[in-house]
Design a binder for this molecule. Structure first.
Ligand code: 2AM
Ligand code: CA
Ligand code: CA
Ligand code: CA
Length: 254
């Protein structure tokens, strides 16, 4: 199967998942705390992950899965094809705002990102594709991102990192034209991919960045851990940076 055919198949699955989420938003949502009161999960997160995992296991039984809500595999190496799933990214927004959340899937082959999918369900904005297929936003091809410097654009920062001024992110934010905190990693990636924001600094698990890196790198953006070392799709949460080349280099000097 070609990467284009795989991409089109996954676009259909994500569209189906999004239809189900829109339907579920019409009835009350069941919310549970995971590790603390800021860390929530709902029946919709779990059901969406179950839906996507079932599609992958049925169609690609030899592939591996990493999923935020626990239905994936316990992986010890990055060989073969790995699907990294965040069924609802921005669960706090989903619960409190019923918007500003997205579905994300990243596909890696031998540790190389090949396809990413980020779907803003409420706005109906869907970015998908990768290095070989090209990147699309609602069927339109996405251009290389302009290499904007820190002073000339907006920077997205994780809310907790901003509150605690982790790595002096406030100094970085002051240098930018403005700072944004969306509470949804996927939407920050979408903004960076579309040239609406020149970077995003956060503390992310693999399912928070897998789709984003697959979409960002082909467009000339740079992604790594905040210290400049390679991101790790088998790792725990890691301080993370995606930015235009110029912004990335400036942030590295703070
Ligand atoms: P989630 O909604 O899928 O959990 C919020 O700043 C962003 O960071 C969201 O994309 C959220 O993803 C992600 N995130 C990752 N780990 C988190 C954590 N422990 N607590 C809150 N948000 C987290
Ligand atoms: Ca979560
Ligand atoms: Ca997430
Ligand atoms: Ca999630």
């Amino acid at each position: 199967m070609t990467q284009v055919a795989l991409m089109n198949q996954v676009v259909e699955w994500v569209n189906e998942a999004a239809d189900q989420i829109r339907e579920k938003l019409k009835s009350p949502i069941m919310v549970e705390e995971k590790s603390n009161r800021h860390d929530l999960v709902t029946n919709v997160d779990k059901e969406t992950e179950a839906f996507l995992v079932e599609k992958i296991r049925t169609n690609y039984p030899d592939d591996h899965i990493l999923g935020e809500e626990g239905l994936g595999d316990n992986l010890s190496d990055t060989k073969g094809r790995i699907w990294v799933i965040d069924p609802i990214d921005g669960t706090l927004n989903f619960v409190k705002q019923q918007e500003n959340f997205c579905i994300m899937i990243g596909i890696f082959e031998d540790n190389v990102p090949i396809l990413g999918f980020i779907y803003d369900v409420v706005k109906d904005e869907f970015a998908y594709g990768g290095a070989k297929t090209g990147v699309f936003l609602n069927s339109q091809s996405v251009n290389q991102v302009e290499n904007v410097c820190l002073r000339d654009g907006l920077i997205g920062v994780n809310g907790a990192m901003f509150c605690h001024n982790t790595f002096n992110v406030r100094d970085i934010a002051i240098e930018a034209v403005g700072v944004r905190m969306l509470g949804c990693a996927g939407l920050d990636f979408l903004n960076v991919i579309r040239g609406k924001q020149n970077g995003y600094i956060s503390n992310l698990a693999p399912w928070d960045f897998a789709a984003g890196v697959a979409l960002s790198e082909p467009l000339g953006l740079k992604c790594s851990k905040f210290d400049g070392s390679p991101y790790d799709i088998l790792g725990e949460r890691q301080y993370f940076l995606v930015a235009t080349q110029k912004t990335y280099e400036e942030i590295a000097n703070y």
